[in-house]
Design a protein around this ligand. Structure first.
Ligand code: BDP
Length: 325
């Protein structure tokens, strides 16, 4: 009786999938709220693969970090518990050493240069490192440039960061970056930052305008200083376990959908960045530009030296970026 039920169930699934294999639903991790460029990119990715596989493969994105913190989610992706997600290369660097090269302060000249490099040889080299650790990147997403914010006063020089308790993403490199300016770094999950700013566990943090705005961190830290010290790519990644379970045709569809969703996400990014800055200004946030960033660049030189000394095998990647136009 039981077997018969299973057989009938299978037959129904096969019939629903149009006579081919049963449909598979992927689970996707996303740290951001539903109305955010990354989230819209992931939704678009899901729509594209559903449409192009004729419903054989569908994808459900769980927004707002409900599937866990970013470091945990990366482990779950590697294990195949989560099928896909959009990850920042900051936390990713703890598992994939090649990704760390993109975390060096001021390594990219600007966002377009980062895109060009990630869409070319650099992205391919980092992608290989990811694959070796069970992760398949299918799209490089935008995350703008990160700048400092705090509740005390505008930051104008590296000395202003000295003595400050600054929240950073989970990666040792960021601890070195804050220490190079004489500050105290606290690695912490994204979800904990609002309360920590509010209660004074940290004095400040750093992020791009859409994240600073969408998390309401500006309510509790209203000085935003445009140091733009980090331009970190994000990655739409598939678990190698989930990827290996696909047919070659499905892999082709997923790869193409990933690329297309990234193009779409980058467009949305530019619009959202402008809108976020407007929201911040309207809310009374004091935003200061830093015309000459060379003092920050100099202060962060020890981060490069330590990185290259600890990771001599990564020196060619650093050179690849430095040699780029
Ligand atoms: C945002 C990234 C997100 C990070 C977050 C953070 O998009 O992946 O988790 O910063 O600071 O910009 O933790």
């Amino acid at each position: 009786m039981f077997m018969r039920g299973i057989l009938l169930g299978c037959a129904a699934a096969i019939a629903m999938a149009g006579g081919s294999v049963a449909a598979e639903e992927w689970r996707g991790w996303n740290i951001h709220v539903e109305d955010y460029p990354v989230s819209h990119g992931m939704e678009r990715f899901g729509e594209l693969i559903e449409e192009r596989t004729g419903g054989e493969l569908t994808a459900k994105t769980f927004h707002s970090g409900v599937l866990g913190s970013q470091p945990d989610a990366i482990e779950q992706l590697r294990l195949g518990v989560i099928d896909f997600g959009v990850f920042n290369l900051g936390p990713m660097g703890q598992s994939v050493p090649e990704a760390n090269v993109t975390l060096l302060p001021f390594i990219f000249k600007d966002v377009p240069q980062m895109y060009a490099l990630m869409d070319g040889e650099l992205g391919a080299a980092i992608g290989e490192g990811m694959r070796a650790r069970g992760i398949v990147p299918v799209g490089w997403y935008a995350a703008g440039a990160r700048s400092f914010y705090n509740g005390e006063a505008p930051i104008e020089t590296p000395e202003d960061v000295a003595g400050m308790k600054v929240r950073v993403m989970n990666n040792d490199l960021f601890v070195g970056m804050i220490e190079a300016m004489g500050g105290n770094a606290t690695p912490m999950d994204f979800a904990e930052v609002y309360q920590s700013l509010r209660t004074g566990v940290v004095d400040g943090a750093e992020n791009n305008p859409p994240s600073y705005e969408s998390t309401n961190h500006y309510e509790v830290a209203k000085f935003y200083s445009l140091t733009e010290h980090l331009i970190i790519p994000e990655c739409l990644c598939i678990s190698l376990k989930s990827w290996d379970a696909l047919t070659p045709e499905q892999q082709e569809i997923v790869a193409e959908a990933g690329r297309e969703s990234a193009t779409y996400q980058r467009e949305l990014w530019d619009e959202r960045e402008a809108a976020s800055l407007e929201t911040l200004r309207a809310a009374g946030v004091e935003i200061n530009e830093i015309a000459d960033k060379s003092a920050f660049q100099e202060a962060m030189t020890p981060v490069y030296d330590a990185y290259v000394a600890d990771n001599p095998d990564m020196a060619p990647l650093v050179e690849m970026i430095r040699a780029a136009q």
